[in-house]
Design a protein around this ligand. Structure first.
Ligand SMILES: CC(C)(COP(=O)(O)OP(=O)(O)OC[C@H]1O[C@@H](n2cnc3c(N)ncnc32)[C@H](O)[C@@H]1OP(=O)(O)O)[C@@H](O)C(=O)NCCC(=O)NCCS
Length: 183
C-alpha cells in the first residue's frame, strides 16, 4: 500500500471576510467558516486519496472569538491518519487583521474532519496510508483511533463495548488517571 507523509497532504487556503460573509454585527458567520474549513479539509483528503472524498463527520468546533469584516482567514489542513476508506484531516484556522493588527495571526479554531473516499460509482474505496514523522504527528496519529471510535459510537454505528481503546480511555478519565482532555 502506498504511504504518504502528512506534509504531502498540506493545504493552506486564505480568504478575506467580505460583507456577504458576515452577520449584522459584521462578524464572519459560523456556517461560512465551516464551509471554508470543509473545502480546505476535502482538498487535503483528496491529495491522499486521489478520489472524490465526502465529509462523513466532524468533531466539535467551538467559535471562540469573532472574526471581523475585512480580516484575512488562513486555513491549514493536513491528513492525520487513514484507516481503510476513511481519512482524518486536522484543520487549524487563524485570523489576521492586516490593517489594525499589523499582521499578527490569532488562532481561532481547529477541528478534525473525517472523509470517505468514493469510487465513480459512489462506493467507499481504500486509500493510501499515512506515516507520521514529528512528535505532534505521532501523537495525533495515535489519538485518531479514539476520535474515530467516538464518532462511530456517536453515529450509532458501533457500541462502546466494541471499541476497547475508547472504553479504556473513558475508564482512565473517570478514575482520574488521565486528565480530561479533548481527543
Ligand atoms: C460517508 C458514507 C460514504 C459512509 O457510508 P457507509 O455506508 O457508512 O459506508 P461504510 O460503513 O462502508 O463506511 C465507510 C467508512 O466510513 C467510515 N464512517 C462512516 N460513518 C462515519 C462517521 N460518522 N464517523 C467516522 N467515520 C465514519 C467508516 O468507519 C468506514 O471507514 P473505514 O473504511 O476506514 O473503516 C455515507 O454515509 C455517505 O455518503 N454520507 C453522505 C456524505 C456527504 O454527502 N457528505 C456531505 C455532507 S451533506
Amino acid at each position: 500500500m502506498e504511504v504518504k507523509r502528512p506534509s504531502d497532504t498540506l493545504v493552506i487556503m486564505n480568504e478575506m471576510v467580505l460583507p456577504n460573509d458576515t452577520n449584522t454585527l459584521h462578524n464572519l458567520m459560523g456556517g461560512r467558516l465551516l464551509h471554508w474549513m470543509d473545502i480546505a479539509a476535502a482538498i487535503s483528503a483528496q491529495k491522499l486519496a486521489h478520489a472524490a472524498c465526502v465529509t462523513a463527520a466532524v468533531n466539535n468546533v467551538s467559535f471562540n472569538q469573532p472574526i471581523k469584516l475585512g480580516e484575512v482567514v488562513t486555513l491549514q489542513a493536513k491528513c492525520v491518519r487513514s484507516f481503510n476508506t476513511s481519512i482524518e484531516v486536522y484543520i487549524e484556522v487563524w485570523t489576521q487583521n492586516l490593517i489594525k493588527g499589523k499582521g499578527e495571526k490569532v488562532k481561532c479554531n481547529e477541528a478534525y474532519y473525517t472523509f470517505v473516499a468514493l469510487s465513480n460509482e459512489g462506493k467507499p474505496i481504500p486509500v493510501a496510508g499515512i506515516e507520521p514523522l514529528s512528535d505532534d504527528e505521532i501523537h495525533q496519529y495515535k489519538t485518531a483511533l479514539l476520535r474515530r471510535q467516538l464518532k462511530l459510537v456517536a453515529a450509532g454505528k458501533t457500541s462502546i463495548h466494541d471499541t476497547p481503546e475508547l472504553k479504556a480511555q473513558f475508564e482512565k478519565w473517570i478514575s482520574g488517571e488521565d486528565k480530561l482532555m479533548e481527543i
